[in-house]
Design a protein around this ligand. Sequence first.
Ligand SMILES: Nc1ncnc2c1ncn2[C@@H]1O[C@H](COP(=O)(O)OP(=O)(O)OP(=O)(O)O)[C@@H](O)[C@H]1O
Length: 369
Amino acid sequence: MTEPIIRLKNVVKRYDETEVLKGIDIDLEQGKFYTLLGPSGCGKTTILRIIAGFEDATEGDVLFNGKRINDLPANKRKVNTVFQNYALFPHMNVHDNVSFGLRLQKKFSKQEIDDRVATALNSVRLKGYADRQISELSGGQQQRVAIARAIVMNPKMLLLDEPLSALDAKLRRDMQYELRDLQQRLGITFLFVTHDQEEALAMSDEIFVMNNGNVLQSGTPVDIYDEPINHFVADFIGESNILNGTMVQDYEVAFVGKTFECADAGMRPNEPVEVVLRPEDLDITTVEAGKLSVTIDSQLFRGDYYEIVATDDDKNEWLVHATNPAEEGQKVGLTFDPYDIHVMRLHETEADFDARLEKYEDAEEEAGQ
Ligand SMILES: Nc1ncnc2c1ncn2[C@@H]1O[C@H](COP(=O)(O)OP(=O)(O)OP(=O)(O)O)[C@@H](O)[C@H]1O
């Protein structure tokens, strides 16, 4: 692994008695798109502020290219922030907003400043907008000015605090593409904060899922979606059916009173577990052909699928995404592939989970040889 550009080592943040970050360890590599994802108040913004230098860590180290920067003032750090409310100067035009940081440094000629502003505005598709007043711009355009103002400083890293939250759904989606594209063109590291799980899945190379001052799980969007480490992550990312169960033995899990083949291993025999089945991994069939039977309660047409709510004989509720409509009150069967069952231990740390997964993958490989 290459040396991370930013490393947080056991970072704790306390305000008086309240611990809002409880020992954060994260590594951010050069040129990747990272996202901090979690509910309101979990500590995402505090992490950004500590990296930017607006806030001190109470304990722990902040390293930039291997060097401790805890005591380096914000304006000496090679990171720039794009704030949620953009924080533009309303009385200045676009050029003066974007060039503000450069002018403050007093080391660039007017020509250099103009050239860099032009390049930054080009990057965010605002060529020709330099003389416009901020009040004459749409929300999406103001957002781009805020980004241009950050990238004009040639940062090694851009911190983005919920930058799309003020935009309407369509514009937000467009800006997701644009930001991702911009990150790839510039090749600098982005650390993006959001509480929107769809946004995090769509944009990131790697996601840190946070709750309550802790990072619960980190990984690619696919890893986190397919292999959530615990109930919180499974519930927060995407939609899921989560059931209590028992791991009978390797590759065999019991839930809703039946035993099913699965692809999980490495737990104690008869260990209590939770089982995750995603709504899109369930298929509706006849009662006879189903692995379990349910009664259809309700359904909603969602454009490209039907969202169906059903109840089994034990009164567990099931969410199913189906291509065809069902009939309310009808009894049907549900089927699923053994590989689509995801089993979670009740109190497994991310490190233990990774170790177990590795062992299990090695065993699979050996078995395959
Ligand atoms: N200056 C402060 N003094 C005391 N508590 C603070 C201070 N700043 C933040 N907090 C608390 O720290 C916790 C984490 O806040 P933070 O802003 O990092 O959360 P967040 O995950 O970014 O939330 P949101 O998505 O709502 O912005 C919150 O409970 C907040 O009330």
